[in-house]
Design a protein around this ligand. Structure first.
Ligand code: GLN
Length: 517
């Protein structure tokens, strides 16, 4: 539906007016975090600097606002219950019966307020996942009712996003679903203050008036969110709809002046009027679902715009690629990206993709598992270690060029136990990577258990695959490059998590550039 984008757009408008703002996502599912979820379930798992595995909406928040989020910005029902149950076991409830109201709702409210209090923010925008009427959402709606009651109308505002379907046969927009979901909210004691109506067709004044009347909101508080070609137009659209002004007015805040979206508009112009085109292949195994690689997708939009270039990113399922067809499938792409991933399904196709890029001097970016595949390929076909592999896929390989990190060896639990979050890396001067960043000391986010095996480092260096970045504290290899190649970079971290609209990631910018010149 687009709650994440509407939240991020409103936050952008408030931020551009000089307000301090953050966004938080409450997810009604029972997993403690999305780290253990298959990407087919809810799309990509996004990782914050502090190492939280979170909902992909946090990626939108960071890309729009350009400020880092943290664990506190994503809370699930699982986490809420976990902390309430921990308190109960500690005896904190002093013999009381622990119940959804007030204990679960108190914990929800505490998590909302904590974010604002800790960071001295003007606004906390809390996005509640799911749909009104879901059983899982009930405690959240109740917490909203209580917050409104306790903090007062001026301090808590409810924005409800609904869908207005268009009936092709009669050429009509239908407001019934909106009326019904507002009614359900009212039954739960929550009167929404602003309605954002998602629609494929313009809403006329009559329709807005009707919705306002039926749903007890002001005419100005019926906001249209019409389908647009890129999510990055939504803040502009919300500004035209005066969503920021309506919010500020209702909350008794200063709404004079306008939000300055100058740099944002510049980006949008470049995005929508590209001078160049490039075609890049993304080789991965979750290609059926666009959301599985959403941060990579968006990073290419930022980096493309920076290069005045439209990046045509085509997804290729790595299971489709084998010895007999890899040249045919991969020829015709100006660049190849091998995506992050887990497990051995489709691994051979990924290794072949790295091989094709190396042998044909095609710009290559390998991310996490993508780097690991490039390393395995190089070991097998350049160093002659024909059985080289990662111990993730082949526990008994004679040449474990990718191996489990020492601190991972005793780990048996799956949730939240990977190497997660931002770690430092020092870049080697004179490399493509250094050319891209222009600095030597960087911090990048991680999400993996396996790493380059330093036993093989000398052999790799001698043969022309060199470490372009090393963790200064642990000596773990963070970046590998092929020296005599147009642009071949593999990174153990995830650059896609930190690319934003106004600060595209340097590696993506350089990679795209290498594909067009
Ligand atoms: N499966 C690999 C590891 O755990 C790579 C993970 C990833 O690509 N995020 O090291």
């Amino acid at each position: 539906m687009g709650k994440g984008i509407i939240s991020a757009s409103l936050a952008k408008l408030l931020q551009a007016r000089g307000y301090e703002v953050t966004i938080q996502k409450l997810d009604p599912y029972i997993n403690v975090d999305p780290g253990t979820l298959n990407p087919y379930e809810h799309g990509e798992c996004y990782v914050t600097e502090d190492g939280a595995e979170t909902d992909l909406d946090l990626g939108h928040y960071e890309r729009f606002l350009g400020i880092p989020t943290s664990q506190a910005n994503n809370v699930t029902t699982g986490r809420i219950y976990q902390s309430v149950i921990n308190k109960e076991r500690r005896g904190d409830y002093l013999g009381k019966t622990v119940q959804v109201i007030p204990h679960i709702t108190d914990e929800i409210k505490r998590r909302v307020k904590m974010l604002g209090g800790k960071n001295k923010l003007d606004f906390v925008i809390t996005e509640i996942g799911g749909t009104v009427g879901d059983i899982e959402s009930l405690p959240y709606v109740e917490a909203v009712r209580q917050l409104k009651w306790e903090m007062g109308e001026q301090n808590v505002l409810v924005i409800h996003l609904t869908l207005v379907p268009f009936l092709q046969s009669s050429g009509e927009l239908k407001t019934k679903p909106t009326q019904h979901s507002v009614k359900m909210l009212l039954e739960a004691g929550v009167q929404p203050n602003i309605l954002v109506l998602r629609t494929s067709h313009e809403l006329g004044d009559d329709l807005r008036r009707k919705v306002a009347l039926f749903c007890n909101v002001d005419f100005d508080s019926v906001v249209q969110s019409i389908d647009v070609s890129t999510i990055y137009e939504v803040p502009i659209m919300m500004q035209q709809e005066k969503l920021d002004i309506t919010v500020l007015k209702k909350m008794g805040m200063d709404y004079s002046g306008t939000a300055d979206l100058g740099p944002w508009n510049k980006f949008l112009k470049r995005l929508q009027n590209p001078k160049f085109h490039t075609k890049i292949a993304l080789v991965g195994k979750y290609v059926e679902l666009a959301d599985a690689y959403i941060s990579i997708n968006e990073s290419f939009k930022h980096a493309g715009a920076m290069n005045n270039c439209c990046v045509d990113l085509e997804y290729i399922h790595s299971e489709r690629i084998d010895e007999s067809n890899y040249c045919d499938i991969l020829k015709g792409y100006a660049g190849i990206l091998v995506a992050p991933g887990f497990g051995d399904r489709g691994i051979d196709g990924k290794i072949l993709a790295a091989r094709y890029a190396r042998e044909n001097n095609v710009p290559f970016l390998g991310i996490c598992l993508g780097l690991q595949c490039a390393v395995i390929e190089f070991a097998r076909n350049v160093l002659g270690l024909t059985k080289a592999h990662s111990t993730e896929m082949a526990l008994k390989t004679p040449d474990p060029v990718i191996d489990l990190m020492e601190e991972q060896k005793g780990v048996t639990e799956k949730g939240g136990t990977m190497r997660l979050g931002a770690y430092p890396c020092v870049i080697t001067k004179g490399t493509r990577t250094f050319e891209a960043y222009g600095i030597t000391d960087i911090l990048e986010r991680h999400r993996h258990r396996y790493e380059f095996n330093n036993k093989y480092l000398e052999a790799f260096k001698k043969a022309g695959m060199i470490p372009a970045g090393i963790n200064p504290d642990t000596s773990l290899v963070e970046i590998m490059e092929i020296k005599d190649h147009k642009w071949f970079v593999g990174v153990q971290f995830h650059p896609e998590y930190s690319s934003t609209v106004l600060k595209p990631h340097p590696l993506f910018v350089s990679f795209v550039k290498a594909t067009i010149c």
